[in-house]
Design a protein around this ligand. Sequence first.
Ligand code: FES
Ligand code: FES
Length: 162
Amino acid sequence: MTQLDISLTVNGARHELSVGPTEMLTEVLRRRLDMTGTNRDCGMGICGACTVLLDGQPVSSCILLAALADGSEITTVEGLERDGRLTAVQEAFLRHGAVQCGYCTPGFVITSTALLEENPSPSREEIVEALKGNLCRCTGYKKIVEAVEAVARAKGDGVGVS
Ligand code: FES
Ligand code: FES
């Protein structure tokens, strides 16, 4: 099968890769770049476990052909921390008990981070709307929403998000 040469910048590091025409971004991240923080569950763009930022926007990497991401900047959950420290969103998830089995968590953290970058003071309704593409079997969502609200509140009080 024909291979395609692409270039991806993942968490600030540039990678030149040869990918198959049907190879999805999730597989490239997990298998080729060893970034297993991006999970794969449904593989159909429904659950959000595979969410990454593509040029700053959250996308389901399981349904994005790697070839179509050529030239893009990708941020995975591994790329959020700064100087070895968790971000405010990650800390809030832990503090508010928004993590149980954790399988969905990287996707929620990525989507929440993108939301707060775009809208530092989202209402509860806006948070729920932004997170509607991320599914969680364990938490009942309440604690996840509370964690995002807490970061938004802290930001409003002058405490940084990341
Ligand atoms: S694994 Fe990608 S949306 Fe479910
Ligand atoms: S914490 Fe288990 S699926 Fe969300």
